[in-house]
Design a protein around this ligand. Structure first.
Ligand SMILES: [Ca+2]
Ligand SMILES: [Ca+2]
Length: 216
């Protein structure tokens, strides 16, 4: 048999499958299943895979259920949501858990929100403060930053960057720097302080040494 002769039945089977998939899709879209990212009516490992595909650009936002994809409820769809789903499937996290594990920084007594980077340094810092918040005495330096020692070394991937007010930076793998001004140096970015303008940051950071607490 030549290879082409087999083509027609295969096409028919493919068409049937597509029709079946479309039909089941219509059936299930009315009732959203929790964490059913790919909208197939089921919650299983393919929902984690769907987030991974979305994150690398193989799927668009139209292909996923964004509300279900934000499994850890932090308002973003990231690879952490795929991990969160895998952990729920493995029974390590409960479906009802609030799985938003965003770290916060308190500067003296002011609690601030940070948009954290997705990198190994942030993951290691999270692991370090998960059970015990970390308190760091900071020192003013250079008229643009406060710097303090972390008592530990984090994995870092330093590149030459120019910082902006609000940047939370890892310097030399073991020092955390909060910027209210700008500097160009070789750093690893940890995150950026949310909802504070330069004036507010200066008010908070340029009037004397502060103590910060990092916690989840
Ligand atoms: Ca699904
Ligand atoms: Ca999320």
């Amino acid at each position: 048999m030549r290879r082409g002769e087999n083509k027609k039945p295969q096409t028919a089977v493919t068409l049937l499958l597509v029709v079946a998939m479309l039909f089941s899709h219509t059936l299930f879209t009315s009732a959203a299943v929790r964490y059913d990212v790919n909208r197939d009516g089921k919650f299983n490992i393919s929902d984690a895979t769907t987030i991974q595909k979305y994150r690398v650009g193989l799927l668009s936002e139209d292909d996923i259920d964004s509300a279900q994809a934000d499994a850890n409820r932090d308002g973003k769809i990231t690879i952490r949501d795929a991990t969160c789903i895998q952990m729920i499937l493995a029974g390590i996290l409960k479906e009802t858990d609030d799985n938003n594990e965003d770290m916060k920084i308190s500067i003296n007594d002011t609690s601030i929100d940070v948009n954290w980077e997705e990198n190994e340094a942030v993951d290691a810092l999270k692991a370090a403060v998960k059970d015990n918040p970390m308190t760091i005495n900071m020192s003013m330096y250079g008229g643009f930053e406060q710097v303090g020692s972390l008592d530990m070394s984090l994995p870092h991937n330093d590149t030459r960057i120019t910082t902006e007010p609000g940047d939370v930076i890892l310097y030399s793998g073991n020092q955390i720097v909060l910027f209210y001004g700008s500097n160009t140096w070789s750093y690893t970015r940890l995150g950026k302080i949310k909802n504070m303008n330069e004036e507010q940051l200066r008010e908070l950071l340029s009037k004397g040494n502060v103590t910060i607490t990092i916690s989840i």
